[in-house]
Design a binder for this molecule. Structure first.
Ligand code: NCD
Ligand code: ZN
Length: 358
């Protein structure tokens, strides 16, 4: 039995988005796609280049610039875990309403060259985050290292001992294991208390390793993995109970960075159809028998897409409502900005669920 043809849901919250530098051509292209997608709260990642967001003042200025593009969205801002951040800056962040601090493993993904190799030097900062209730957002991979047997396929599993160490050392620290891609990650997050949660992207609910090895627009970090990993993510969605919620990791890159010579940029662009991609993945999972039809309840969908993420970050429950209809939209071949930016979305050219605010 497939999904219903139509759902009435609370406005969605997307707790992991890349909007890029603002003002800037990509931010101006992608930020206006948030609200039409049925989303009114986003957690904004700080991995800007040539300089990541490492201070409260920079985060607040970035927020103002995003508000200048669309003032109707609630932007939860974050800092990039960096040696320049002090415990005082964390206390200032709390007062300023900054929601989290994101740790990137050095060299593992886009704009991670300022990232961390070890959490040891950050003890005072992490302790202050624990005391102040600021969230630690983890890109949960270790950098690839052929000599140590680490590749994109096991980089997340190899990070999980570090997550366990962090939970042991900082038992009250609120932690998000971002973009879980493996059954191991789901199981590990489930083993901790309610201060440790995971985000799941829309694209990892449908992609496998074969899909990105054949198409650069499906390539991201962490990379999509095996059928059993995908089943675990689908199970985490429908049996979340607040442990897992949507963070699309929508990561727009100009078409030239995906197709040009040299390394292809990691990131899948999903912002404009975030909810539709989740529902499409669920429909496909139902057809494969990966998810039991009675597990896909309106309550599970509303929790994963909206309520659980808001609750974790202390954002009020959604006031707005959206109607999502099967087949009411088509994913364009690309999104083009006024100043020449061009970004290819996930599942370009496919029929898609459409969203209407009601
Ligand atoms: C992200 C980006 O493009 O900024 N890329 C990605 O593949 N997910 C960075 C990240 O979240 O790893
Ligand atoms: Zn990301």
């Amino acid at each position: 039995m497939p999904l219903k043809d139509e759902y009435l849901l609370p406005a969605a919250a997307d707790m992991h988005v890349h909007l890029r530098n603002a003002p800037g051509p990509i931010a101006e292209l992608v930020t206006p796609t948030i609200r039409p997608a049925g989303v009114d709260v986003v957690f904004v990642m700080p991995n800007l280049a040539p300089r990541p967001v490492v201070s409260v003042d920079e985060a607040l200025e970035y927020k103002r610039q995003l508000q200048a593009i669309d003032s109707s969205i609630t932007y939860l801002m974050s800092l990039y875990l960096h040696s320049s951040i002090t415990p005082d800056e964390i206390r200032k962040a709390k007062k300023a309403g900054i929601a989290g601090v994101k740790a990137y493993p050095k060299g593992a993904t886009t704009n991670s060259e300022w990232g961390v190799l070890s959490f040891e030097p950050f003890h005072d900062v992490l302790k202050t985050m624990e005391d102040e209730g600021i969230v630690l957002n983890l890109h949960g991979e270790v950098p690839s290292s052929p000599a140590d047997g680490v590749t994109v396929m096991n980089a997340e599993a190899k990070f999980l001992p570090t997550l366990r160490d962090l939970v042991t050392k900082y038992p009250n620290l609120k932690i998000v294991l971002e973009h879980c891609t493996t059954a191991d990650a789901v199981e590990t997050v489930r083993s901790f208390g309610e201060n440790v949660v995971g985000t799941i992207t829309a694209h990892h609910l449908s992609l496998l390793v074969d899909d990105w090895s054949a198409n650069v627009n499906n390539y991201c970090k962490p990379s999509a993995k095996s059928p059993s990993d995908r089943r675990a993510l689908l199970d985490a969605l429908v049996h979340s109970n607040g442990k897992f919620f949507l963070g699309t990791d929508s990561a727009p890159h100009d078409i030239t960075a995906k197709k040009g010579p040299g390394n292809t940029a990691a990131g899948v662009f999903t912002q404009p159809f975030a909810i539709g991609y989740v529902l499409t993945a669920l429909d496909e999972a139902l057809a494969r028998g990966d998810v039991a039809p009675d597990a896909v309840t309106d309550t599970a969908l509303a929790g994963f897409l909206s309520g659980y993420g808001r609750a974790f970050y202390g954002v009020a429950a959604a006031e707005g409502r959206i109607r999502v209809r099967r087949g009411a939209a088509t994913v364009p071949a690309s999104f083009k900005g006024a100043t020449g930016a061009e970004v290819v979305p996930f599942r370009a050219g496919e029929g898609m669920w459409g969203v209407e605010w009601v």
